[in-house]
Design a protein around this ligand. Structure first.
Ligand SMILES: Cc1ncc(C[n+]2csc(CCOP(=O)(O)OP(=O)(O)O)c2C)c(N)n1
Length: 531
């Protein structure tokens, strides 16, 4: 008779879940024994990078993916990136082993005493099957939960003695819808408001791109001839940042954000929370006299918005429906933003110069994965995203995402056969949370160009200290880290650049490399303003 393990892999195979990102332990080895030849195990050297690799892979393929972690301890290591997957809406099906049922009562070594509690609140569903033979069915249910809107991580705890038990009945492999509709009836108030608005504005979030709405958002904006902003703190853009109607990324503080939207009477937010704020700066949520519509497929997001009328609908589909229904506006489109002047030269390389140089050196279809904190605003200006699915980051604020996410995105590019170049820009603070992801990049010979802007500090925290008036905070400087040696140690070629004159050649070399390469760039440590 089919065993639970055979049934597990059979279900996974039929759901096309044949890539597993993970870091195993003894409690997982029973499930992984005689690993099927048509499956691939992508080894990360710790659980946190395993999850972020899976997140990058899931986002870049648009498909759910399996993650294999080690019982309670591994789940703990992974939790930060599980939180990121939650906010990134990445459909990850995470499994971890559990001690053998025979001994669970007496709490042996490696018991996960609270398997369903540890990943909370960042999973949509956590389950340990009541019976061994329910493991394959639980995988089917986990898959269904992970992909439904809003997509996100789920967790299955699998006792290690379940796998050899007989599984008399296989679950039915079901098809589950991944999208909501966008009912014109429910969107009618938005259409009416947009049709009569004097100065409407769109605020677009990453869920628009995740739901395939990139082109429809452009169509909608062009019919409205209105300004378009990116929602604050989103992990990926939903609108081309090179489009003449695009204005930039909204700031993420209450009062200043409302000031940026001043002059607009109708604000339509699509595929983002309203809004993801930090730091706290008091003020109105939206300009006095304006009205806000919020279109989301996430009921939780709809519930927590402090203002506006929320409508549950698929963000991408809503853009398409609105673009059909709104009349072409009878007004001149706003003037496009003035082109950026080239960065000014100085004694040290600035973030502005670095990102300008990367923009000059990169291919038009390259992908940016990033975790650069204090220089993000400059990065978004100098390295605008022009195509769908070309910029990935985390919207959680949890460090430890950028390096491994690039590995997942690069694997996805290889699997899809599109093989676009990945440029991974990660701060010298952020890189240390998951530096071992470099090893996986080297093992798989992934053509990622890692760029580490080294300002020798947690500069964003210095900017926060200034903004929040908290002088004298310790632990904000990072002297003496050598990323060239670290990269070499994990099998990645690397170089250090401190002069602007060497930067362009180094970047072009890195762009052309067919294996991972890291460039540490010494940059100006001046702390920028937070807002
Ligand atoms: C897991 C985790 N630990 C700590 C923090 C707090 N934190 C936020 S930003 C930051 C510093 C980032 O420094 P770096 O990557 O060098 O970027 P910079 O601000 O210098 O541009 C830290 C430690 C966090 N966000 N996540």
């Amino acid at each position: 008779m089919t065993t639970v393990q055979e049934a597990f892999f059979d279900v996974a195979r039929r759901l096309k879940l044949t890539t597993i990102f993970g870091n195993p332990g003894s409690t997982e080895e029973t499930l992984l024994k005689n690993f099927p030849k048509d499956f691939r195990y992508v080894l990360a050297l710790q659980e946190a990078p395993a999850v972020a690799m899976a997140d990058g892979y899931a986002q870049a393929t648009g498909q759910p993916v399996l993650v294999n972690l080690h019982t309670a301890a591994g789940m703990g290591n992974a939790l930060g990136n599980i939180e990121s997957a939650w906010y990134n809406r990445a459909p990850l099906i995470i499994t971890a082993g559990q001690q053998t049922r025979e001994m669970l009562l007496i709490e042996p070594y490696l018991t996960n005493t609270q398997p369903l509690e540890i990943p909370k609140p960042f999973v949509k569903w956590a389950y340990e099957p009541s019976r061994p033979e329910d493991v394959p069915g639980a995988l089917m249910r986990a898959y269904a939960m992970a992909i439904q809107p809003p997509a996100g991580p789920v967790f299955l705890s699998i006792p290690m003695d379940d796998v050899d038990k007989p599984c008399p009945r296989l679950p039915e492999i079901r098809t589950i819808g991944r999208r909501l509709g966008a009912d014109p009836l429910f969107l009618a108030p938005v259409v009416d408001a947009l049709a009569t608005a004097k100065s409407p504005v769109l605020v677009i979030g990453g869920a628009v791109d995740q739901s395939g709405g990139w082109d429809d958002a452009v169509r909608l904006a062009e019919r409205l001839r209105c300004k378009v902003w990116a929602a604050p703190a989103e992990g990926r853009p939903g609108f081309p940042e090179t489009h003449p109607l695009y204005q930039g990324m909204l700031t993420s503080a209450i009062g200043p954000l409302a000031e940026q939207l001043e002059g607009h009477d109708v604000i339509v937010v699509i595929g983002a929370p309203v809004f993801r704020y930090y730091p706290y700066v008091a003020g109105n949520y939206i300009p006095a006299g304006s009205c806000l519509f919020h279109i989301t497929d996430d009921p939780n997001e709809a519930a927590r918005a402090p203002v506006g009328e929320s409508i549950l609908a698929d963000p991408g589909r809503a853009c398409a429906v609105l673009a059909e229904l709104v009349p072409v506006a009878d007004r001149l489109p706003p003037l496009p933003r003035a082109p950026l002047a080239p960065p000014s030269a100085g004694p040290v390389i600035t973030a502005d110069q670095l990102y300008h140089a990367i923009d000059e050196a990169r291919a038009a279809d390259s992908i940016i994965v990033q975790e650069s904190l204090s220089t993000l605003k400059t990065l978004r200006k100098r390295l605008p995203t022009s195509q769908s699915g070309s910029f990935f980051s985390m919207s959680s604020g949890v460090l430890g995402y950028g390096l491994p996410a690039a590995v997942g995105v690069a694997l996805a590019e290889r699997d899809k056969g599109t093989n676009r170049k990945i440029i991974d820009i990660v701060g010298d603070g952020a890189a240390n949370y998951v530096i071992q992801a470099l090893w996986t990049a080297a093992q798989h010979k992934l053509p990622i160009l890692f760029v580490v802007p080294r300002n020798g500090a947690y500069n964003i925290l210095k900017a926060f200290a200034h903004q929040l008036d908290t002088p004298g905070v310790p632990g904000l400087d990072l002297p003496g880290i050598d990323f060239v040696s670290l990269a070499n140690g994990y099998g990645v070629t690397a170089e250090r650049i401190s002069a602007l004159s060497e930067l362009q050649t180094a970047l072009r070399r890195g762009m052309a490399a067919s294996t991972p390469h890291l460039i540490e760039v010494e940059i100006d440590p001046t702390v920028p303003a937070l807002i």
